[in-house]
Design a protein around this ligand. Structure first.
Ligand code: MN
Length: 131
């Protein structure tokens, strides 16, 4: 196996989060998993640019972002051929059924409410990356 192929075996995760405390928490959690390669974005525009550039296997998407919301970001990504099938996990502050339905309707693959439990989010991420 070439070095490039070995590196591509690491799953790329793009963390989109404007709250730097939460961003740091997610980064530290996932950094311990050596099979993950991480990237960060703080705004919707940055998220779209990063996603196009690095082609992540999974995007952790905070839906409450300034200017361009996570909802709008996901809708835009789904219109882009290279991001149509990228796995997206929506993170919202509300656990309402309406939020879950909205996450599905804009094209998210899964939804999780904040605050999340560490074990629970790691399990969902692992599941999304292997299914
Ligand atoms: Mn936010």
């Amino acid at each position: 196996m070439t070095k490039d192929m070995a590196q591509r075996d690491r799953k790329r995760i793009l963390i989109v989060e404007d709250n730097l405390d939460v961003q740091e928490l997610l980064y530290q959690l996932l950094e311990e998993e050596e099979s993950y390669e991480l990237a960060l974005a703080e705004t919707g525009y940055e998220a779209i640019a990063q996603a196009q550039q690095i082609q992540p296997d999974l995007i952790l998407m905070d839906m409450s972002l300034p200017e361009l919301s996570g909802w709008e970001v996901v809708e835009q990504m789904r219109q882009m051929p290279m991001l149509t099938h990228t796995t997206i996990l929506a993170l919202t502050a509300h656990a309402s059924q309406a939020d879950k339905e909205r996450a599905t309707s804009v094209g998210c693959n899964a939804h999780m409410s904040k605050p999340f439990e560490v074990a629970a989010i790691l399990e969902v991420i692992e599941h999304l990356l292997t299914s």
